[in-house]
Design a protein around this ligand. Structure first.
Ligand SMILES: Cc1cc2nc3c(=O)[nH]c(=O)nc-3n(C[C@H](O)[C@H](O)[C@H](O)COP(=O)(O)OP(=O)(O)OC[C@H]3O[C@@H](n4cnc5c(N)ncnc54)[C@H](O)[C@@H]3O)c2cc1C
Length: 400
């Protein structure tokens, strides 16, 4: 946003409660790699000289590229400046209350663009409180690597992107892993020899406008079960020895038993259907192209990770697991995040949030107040690095 505002010659500042890119600096794990090829991971204005197709970049490398861009462009970022309240002032401006080490400060602004991220507070089920101190609990942000965990087996809760990537890492490190799955779509990492992001882009699926969203429940980024540079599936995890379970329903009152829904089969079918549907959509798009375009693509080769692992279909996962008997000394919560909008004191903007308390569009009922960086604000890609370059210029065009 700052890049676009610089280009438009608009006076602005960026208020950041910690350091620029704080989420990336402190809420990932040691081996984390960026999910999308560089073409979809750059900041606006980033000049790195690397190929668009470069993928699987380590977080350290990616942060270096982002930091270089921030320094080169000299974005006016005020770090260690936490916004604690935004309210409307009588003169149609916004009063932005900021806390800093030096003391509180109030800004008056004609426009406010709120981009606090969708990942402020980890979403951890209440049953975590029933687990005794003999079991270590970690989450994204406190998990670093397998050797930093207590010896023994690990229960990973949450079968989205984070849960499957950590399960794979732990199994590769020789840990016995139990994964409580959830209902998330599978995604190919590549298709016809190209990273899936290029296909999502080329077919128009990446930037699908919100108005064309068929399933209004689908407010999630489109890479739920996938690795950063290779595919991951329930089948590939099972082949590595990961024990797949239904969704964690709760803990027994004494905290000894983890209780699971009887839905592993359903979760697996949901993942597979999502995977198949996406390939089907891409193939339909290819079929509509003329011969020259169609023949320019490599032949489709199924990803071996999604080849069914036969014992899984006959699997009856346990409905409960005695953590002590299973040798589990660590539970990792990969159960998602929620936004923290507690600073928002403008009733009309609050009323326009959806039932999950999330912004629904860049525009709000209040002139001069905008949202950026949440899923499906304008398109499928509004909530991740591939989408900000679409929404930021739009917001700039709507400023007072
Ligand atoms: C585990 C994980 C992996 C991901 N991997 C990818 C990926 O590979 N590629 C991708 O494109 N996306 C990925 N995402 C999504 C990614 O987080 C977003 O694409 C991107 O970080 C969103 O940028 P943002 O600036 O909108 O939000 P954030 O990066 O969350 O930045 C928001 C900033 O606002 C600050 N802030 C919040 N509240 C206040 C306040 N009150 N006052 C001042 N400052 C405040 C925060 O400190 C933070 O620095 C991943 C998310 C997670 C959780």
């Amino acid at each position: 946003m700052s890049y676009v505002l610089q280009g438009a010659g608009r006076e602005h500042i960026v208020l950041e409660q910690a350091r620029a890119l704080e989420q990336w600096r402190s809420a990932r794990w040691d081996t984390f790699r960026i999910n999308s090829p560089l073409a979809f991971s750059r900041l606006m204005g980033q000049r790195d000289g690397l190929p668009d197709r470069q993928r699987g970049l380590s977080l350290r490398t990616m942060l270096g590229l982002w930091d270089d861009c921030i320094a080169e462009r000299a974005f006016p970022i005020h770090e260690q400046s936490k916004v604690v309240a935004v309210e409307q002032a009588p003169d149609a401006r916004f009063r932005v209350h900021v806390e800093r080490e030096a003391g509180p400060h109030v800004y008056l602004a004609r426009n406010v663009i709120a981009a606090p991220g969708n990942y402020q507070r980890p979403r951890i089920p209440a049953c975590a409180g029933q687990i005794g101190p003999q079991i270590e609990q970690r989450r994204v942000g406190t998990y670093t690597n397998p050797s930093a965990l207590r010896e023994g087996s690990v229960l990973v809760v949450g079968g989205g992107q984070t849960g499957v990537q950590l399960s794979e890492e732990l199994a590769q490190a020789g840990r016995r892993v139990y994964l409580a799955t959830s209902m998330v779509k599978g995604t190919p990492r590549s298709h016809r020899g190209e990273d899936i992001m290029f296909w999502l882009d080329r077919t128009g699926l990446l930037a699908t406008p919100k108005e064309e969203l068929i399933d209004p429940g689908e407010r999630q980024d489109r890479l739920p079960i996938v690795g950063s540079d290779h595919p991951i599936s329930h089948h590939s995890l099972a082949r590595m020895g990961v024990t797949l379970l239904g969704t964690l329903r709760g803990m027994s009152a004494n905290g000894e038993l983890a209780l699971f829904d009887n839905n592993l089969d359903e979760n697996m079918r949901f993942a597979q259907t999502g995977y198949d549907e996406l390939i089907g959509q891409i193939e339909e798009w290819i079929a509509r192209q003329d011969d020259a375009v169609r023949l320019s693509f490599a032949a489709p080769v199924a990803e071996p990770e999604w080849r069914p692992h036969p014992p899984l279909s006959a699997l009856a996962p346990p409905a409960e697991l005695n953590l002590r008997q299973a040798g589990i000394h660590t539970v990792i919560w990969a159960t998602g995040w929620r936004a923290d909008l507690s600073w928002l004191l403008i009733d009309d903007v609050v009323r326009a949030l959806d039932t999950h308390g999330l912004p629904q569009a860049c525009d709000t009922p209040v002139d001069g107040f905008f949202w950026l960086g949440f899923p499906w604000l304008r398109t499928r890609t509004s909530g991740n690095g591939a989408g900000f370059h679409l929404d930021a210029p739009y917001i700039a065009s709507r400023l007072r």
